[in-house]
Write a new protein. Structure first.
Length: 208
């Protein structure tokens, strides 16, 4: 989680790390952040606001870490705090879902002005396996659950849950194409006043 430069403009970037090799994946809880991770992300976003920097969040997580220690350390509280604070940040926020985006763990980083997702990514209230386990006590029925949940990006776009679906090729060549698209959209947000930005963001989520 750091501050980067995009097309000669500074911005804050919050990224979930899922890891590549098994050792790294285990160290990152397979992309499930702990409460301290969300607190760090919120500090970055508030710092960006104080410096009038736009924010980009890149999400690839099945959800917040579900362990007992995480709950003891305030996981639910920090997720709610992140959602509440993001809705009130006075700078543009763009979210790109680059893999999984599950449950409140993803939503806590996606209360943005717009949400984009890659064509093969997934944005759900919980995993199909979790849904199947709850509904039928059988995680093997994940495919049936996925059909009921409408995890396909096109359906999410039709419902206004996401604004744009991106082809996977935007990540090629160090994501040059994606960076250009993000820079252009952030430039367009600069034409909005703070009140207009906040009103549009809050209206976006009230419609659900």
């Amino acid at each position: 989680m750091t501050v980067r430069s995009l097309k000669d403009s500074n911005l804050a970037v919050v990224v979930t790390n899922k890891g590549q090799e098994l050792k790294e994946r285990m160290a990152t809880n397979f992309g499930s952040p702990l409460p301290q991770g969300y607190r760090k992300a919120l500090r970055i976003m508030k710092t960006a606001e104080s410096m009038n920097l736009p924010i980009i969040t890149l999400i690839n997580t099945p959800g917040a870490y579900p362990g007992a220690d995480a709950e003891i350390n305030g996981q639910g509280q920090v997720l709610a705090q992140s959602i509440s604070n993001m809705l009130e940040l006075k700078v543009p926020i763009l979210t790109v879902i680059i893999g999984e985006a599950g449950s409140g763990g993803a939503l806590a980083l996606a209360c943005s002005d717009e949400i984009w997702m890659l064509e093969h990514s997934m944005y759900t209230v919980l995993s199909p396996e979790g849904f199947a386990s709850i509904m039928w006590k059988d995680a093997k029925r994940a495919q049936d659950a996925a059909e009921i949940m409408h995890i396909e990006p096109e359906w999410l776009k039709q419902q206004g849950i996401v604004e744009r679906i991106l082809p996977e090729k935007v990540l090629a060549n160090e994501a040059i194409q994606l960076k250009a698209m993000l820079a252009q959209r952030l430039k367009e947000f600069n034409g909005l006043s703070v009140d207009e930005l906040l009103n549009q963001r809050q209206a976006r989520f009230r419609k659900f």
